[in-house]
Ligand binder design. Sequence first.
Ligand SMILES: Nc1ncnc2c1ncn2[C@@H]1O[C@H](COP(=O)(O)OP(=O)(O)OP(=O)(O)O)[C@@H](O)[C@H]1O
Length: 273
Amino acid sequence: MIQSKNISYSYSKKKSLFKDLTFQQNEGSIVGLLGKNGAGKSTLLNLISGLLRPKKGDIEVNGYVPFKRNPNFLSDIYLVTDELFLPSLTINAYMQAFVPLYKNFDIEKMRAIMLEFELDEKDKLNKLSHGQQKKFIIAFALATNCKILLLDEPTNGLDIPSKRVFRKILVSSIEENQLVIISTHQVKDIETIIDRIVVLEQGHIVFEKDITQITEKIQFKKVSSILSFSNVLYHEKCPEGYNVMLPVENDEETGIDIELLFNAITNKTEIIF
Ligand SMILES: Nc1ncnc2c1ncn2[C@@H]1O[C@H](COP(=O)(O)OP(=O)(O)OP(=O)(O)O)[C@@H](O)[C@H]1O
């Protein structure tokens, strides 16, 4: 579905961001794309959606070369960016103008999500708050039913109930033939919904695993003391004691703590699979 081979990209001649990056993702999953500020997450989403063109290498998305911006390609991919520039139109007028661009757009789904997000068709888009605009564009993105949804910091600006609604709607509305990539620093917002984690560091993929592959091997626990454990892979102090990563023993699996895992990866902790 997304296949990029040895792609290179740089904004300036002096410094390259991606060098020989190979990135492949298949349909049917929700991928969390994580990385520190400046790691290259938004640039990668822009390359996938065809807003940027690789300097070298090949990228193919849904069978198309993204930067050629074939209309069939554009009607099956949707990128939600963190910065929104919405026109001075009502939601109704916006939908009349833009829904025809998406062949699988589901008006009923859009209405149902807008109801959950407390948005009204008569609302003027440029008069909405940033969080309300974000909710509108998330609703629109999900209702397009595009094969590929790229969400850059989707929960930024959303209040706590809306984050819960976002998770619920995303999980319930995604079909087997869709691929969702969510780039975010708000890892708690996506912890329970992603199937796969990709970590970018300075333009390189330094970690890529399915959540099940991780939780089969690593336990994530809160313990009062680490003294009695000889096999702690990574630990961090917390008010109640320590958050720890331990190897799974006796099939005793836990849920995942993505923040802890991310910190372990960026602190160069060796995690053996
Ligand atoms: N338009 C641009 N012109 C020049 N350099 C840019 C441009 N956009 C991004 N960069 C640089 O490319 C690098 C990667 O930026 P990018 O926005 O892809 O990272 P990111 O992982 O999305 O970061 P953040 O988490 O802060 O949003 C950074 O060093 C950034 O300064």
